[in-house]
Design a binder for this molecule. Structure first.
Ligand code: PEP
Ligand code: CO
Length: 447
């Protein structure tokens, strides 16, 4: 195998990274970015790796969630607060239901680049480069907006830094409203057949919190300081490379880290064993997540484990399966067997979103709450029957009241989708649907 360097990916097969009109302008931008301060630290990354290892051993549970694609326009105070709040509220519900520490990992502060199935888009006879996420180009349909612009890379860094700054402030401040579940916006309960149960759950959580707070000298660590980790798809490798730094550990041994996020992941479109993306990921010391979908073969998965997980280091590899409610039953067990036979330890997460995307009659991309829940429920059961462990869940969600996925307690229908459809890419669970999902997972565990 060739020697790894932060730029060695450039000699491999590069997919999903656009050609910039000026290589010079891109290089100038990247030199500038390389001097910017890191967004996360090796210490935090190692702490997350330990927690992922705990989850793989059944001692913690991962809640990963956020936008399909963050947009510059939504990097606003309220959007960030709402997103953070929903993840915290879900984690509290899961903590109560699962009785395990919940590790929160946002798809946040850098989830700006999207893999696309088509390189170009044609409208009324005009063909332009496809929209690839705000870090690359703009969604509007004009040649100017669709041309990849390196300046957007610096803008993305700035938005990621702003987002993280607020996240860190909210985390260290304890996020006061967590301690008052009675104030959560639970209006949707009125619409739910599970209303009674929800009220009971919220009452119980409130009761536990006030009990803990009533004990002198006793602090509820989950409520005082909340950890929040970041993740994104490590897709735009020039950005990832510029934020990759060599840091010696306590013994002076140098390690490379991607300091743009704690947990970078790779999607299947860029996960061929000889791809640029796998080459890049192999050399960094972050934990790595890999999406595992219907096209994955046993051989492919084993090759990825060979390349990315040679030392079987605890917490290093997370496999996020995303098959779809109709096929998970056939497709997940062979993957679980393959990993078992490899003798390697991984953390399994279920992404019940990406295998359940469909189009309505009007051509709107949506996902149905029941299909999402069905894939998740099946995933829990399959892991139990295969003797493996589902260590967490992965959602596309937002804390805002959008209408992108149908179903849920309020029974959103296809006709409701136009009311608040904001996603530029995939449909997300809204605030109510996310909270309901967390409650149903907690209930499933209790059951
Ligand atoms: C995503 O997580 O936004 C995504 C594109 O997923 P996948 O690569 O699994 O389709
Ligand atoms: Co998506």
């Amino acid at each position: 195998m060739q020697k790894w360097q932060p730029e060695s990916w450039q000699t491999k097969t590069i997919r999903q990274i656009p050609d910039y009109p000026s290589a010079q302008a891109l290089d100038a931008t990247l030199s500038e970015l390389a001097n910017y301060p890191p967004l996360v630290t090796p210490l935090e990354i190692k702490r997350l790796k330990q927690q992922l290892a705990n989850a793989a051993a059944g001692k913690a549970f991962i809640l990963q969630g956020g936008d399909c694609a963050e947009s510059f326009a939504e990097c606003r105070t309220n959007n960030i607060i709402n997103k953070t709040r929903i993840l915290l509220q879900m984690s509290l519900i899961l903590l109560y239901g699962l009785r395990k520490p919940i590790v929160r990992v946002g798809r946040i502060a850098g989830q700006f680049a999207k893999p696309r199935s088509e390189d170009v888009e044609t409208r009324d006879g005009e063909t332009l480069t496809t929209y690839r996420g705000d870090i690359i180009n703009q969604p509007g349909f004009s040649a100017k907006e669709r041309t990849p612009d390196p300046q957007r890379i610096l803008t993305a860094y700035n938005y990621a830094a702003r987002t993280l700054n607020l996240l860190r402030a909210l985390g260290s401040g304890g996020f006061a409203d967590l301690q008052h579940p009675e104030n959560w916006d639970l209006d949707f309960m009125k619409h739910s057949p599970l209303a009674g149960e929800y009220h009971k759950l919220v009452d119980k959580i409130e009761d536990v919190i006030s009990f803990i707070q009533s004990i002198p000298g006793m602090d509820a660590p989950e409520l005082g300081r909340v950890d929040f980790f970041t993740s994104h798809e490590a897709l735009l490798l020039p950005y990832e490379q510029a934020l990759t730094h060599c840091i010696p550990d306590d013994n002076g041994t140098p390690f490379w880290y991607n300091l743009s996020a704690h947990l970078p992941w790779v999607g299947m479109r860029t996960a061929d064993p000889d791809s640029a993306h796998i080459e890049y990921l192999r050399g960094i010391n972050n934990p790595i997540a890999i999406k595992v979908g219907p096209r994955m073969t046993r051989e492919w998965l084993l090759q990825l484990l060979d390349i990315l997980h040679p030392d079987n280091e605890p917490g290093r590899i997370t496999l996020i399966h995303r098959f779809g409610a109709d096929t998970i039953k056939e497709q997940l067990p062979p993957m679980l067997d393959t990993v078992k036979a490899s003798g390697k330890t991984v953390l399994w997460l279920c992404d019940p979103m990406h295998g359940n995307t469909e189009k309505t009659q009007d051509g709107i991309k949506t996902r149905r709450f029941d299909n999402i829940l069905s894939e998740l429920t099946q995933a829990f059961d399959i892991h139990v029957s295969e003797g493996t462990l589902l260590g967490g869940v992965h959602f596309e969600l937002t804390g805002d009241n959008v209408t992108e996925c149908t179903g849920g307690a309020r029974g959103l229908s296809d006709k409701d989708l136009h009311k608040g459809y904001k996603s530029l890419v995939d449909p997300r669970l809204n605030y109510e649907q996310s909270l309901e999902m967390a409650m149903l997972i907690a209930k499933k565990f209790k059951g």
